[in-house]
Design a protein around this ligand. Structure first.
Ligand code: COA
Length: 325
């Protein structure tokens, strides 16, 4: 008994951008992108598909599945680093859009770990108040935060949103079994995004290249593999669960090579791992809830299944959650 996911939803922008489309923008090739990242296509937002709009569409789907009314939601969290405004939060825009006026709403800035950090906050809220209902969303339009001349980054990321409604279940063996979360601000320079230039000259940051993602790909790769592996092993140790007992793994869809390395090190068979990075690229905070929703709607989750989530992102932020479905 404990926190359970009552409903999931997702929303992907309509426009599909292929690797061949990117060949026309930067000096790259379909072959290079496929072999280095596994990515074949990604979605890019258009009119009516701002971060809060796709987040709201995903939330709507999750609410329908949960069977709850929108006015039953007490807390609304959005993991995002690409809201169209700095203030109000994306979560407040979602609140307005879907009419969740009994909730308090805020964003979590944890880059690609944003959804899992939100899930953890939601779980703790529900542990404190068993009647609480929490809507957790991961949503990004990173296409608005990319330097489209930078072939290191513009090939990797994509847009999308996913959502989960959390509540309490008194049923035996359904719960968040354990979590293992970390961050390390010392490594920020390997993956970051500036703000717009300060209007106070005293506070101006030197060498601000603009509001877009800057990444040391090779270094990020190494840290991501090690961090996710360690977070999962630490979580298994904490919970006393063996890797072989896990039924399904839903990892952050960073890229195929990172995921292959993590699976190899953890000795996890590919059949147990949800992979959709080929279709959507790295959608940051949205990647786990999109993959979760696709898995859930394909009826691949059974009551009592042990589901492992793990993520890594800018900050650095990383960690893992184990949930009994
Ligand atoms: N197309 C073609 N060539 C490219 C390219 C592209 N899109 N991007 C980089 N290159 C070139 C580089 O300029 C370099 O050329 P050089 O040897 O002549 O200097 C060469 O390819 C190798 O570059 P490198 O950056 O070392 O490539 P890589 O094998 O590390 O692959 C990434 C690049 C970005 C795919 C890889 O580092 C990676 O996956 N990093 C992690 C990214 C990530 O997941 N971030 C989010 C974490 S949440």
């Amino acid at each position: 008994m404990g926190t359970v996911i009552l409903g999931t939803g997702s929303c992907l922008p309509k426009k599909v951008v292929t690797n061949l489309d990117l060949e026309k923008i930067v000096d790259t090739s379909d072959e290079w992108i496929r072999t280095r990242t596994g990515i074949e296509t990604r979605r890019v937002g258009g009119a009516g598909e701002k971060t809060y709009q796709i987040a709201s569409a995903a939330a709507h789907e999750a609410l329908i599945m949960s069977g709850l009314r929108v006015d039953e939601i007490d807390l609304l969290i959005v993991g995002t680093i690409s809201s169209h405004m700095l203030m109000p939060s994306c979560a407040c825009f979602v609140q307005k859009e879907i009419g969740a006026f009994n909730a308090f709403a805020y964003d979590v800035n944890a880059a690609c770990s944003g959804f899992l950090y939100g899930l953890d906050i939601g779980d703790k809220q529900i542990r404190a108040d068993h009647d609480a209902k929490v809507l957790v969303i991961g949503a990004e339009t990173l296409s608005s935060r990319l330097n489209w001349q930078d072939r290191n980054t513009c090939i990797v990321f994509g847009d999308g949103a996913g959502a989960a409604v959390l509540g309490y279940s008194a049923e035996e063996h359904r719960e968040v079994v354990g979590v293992n979360y970390f961050s390390d601000g010392r490594l920020w320079e390997l993956l970051y995004m500036h703000n717009s230039p300060s209007t106070n000259p005293e506070l101006r940051v030197e060498d601000n290249p603009g509001v877009h993602i800057v990444m040391e790909g090779r270094e990020v790769f190494k840290h991501a593999v090690k961090a996710m592996e360690d977070a999962v092993l630490g979580l298994l140790e904490k919970t006393g669960i063996a890797i072989g007992d896990i039924d399904l793994v839903i990892p952050h869809q960073a890229n195929m090579r990172i995921l292959n390395k993590v699976l190899e090190r953890l000795e996890l068979p590919k059949e147990k791992v949800v992979l959709n990075v080929m279709k959507y690229g790295n959608t940051s905070a949205a990647s786990i809830p999109i993959a979760l929703d696709e898995t859930n709607r394909a009826d691949k989750l059974k009551r009592g299944d042990l589901v492992l989530f793990c993520a890594f992102g800018g900050g650095f932020t990383w960690g893992a959650t184990l949930l009994r479905w």
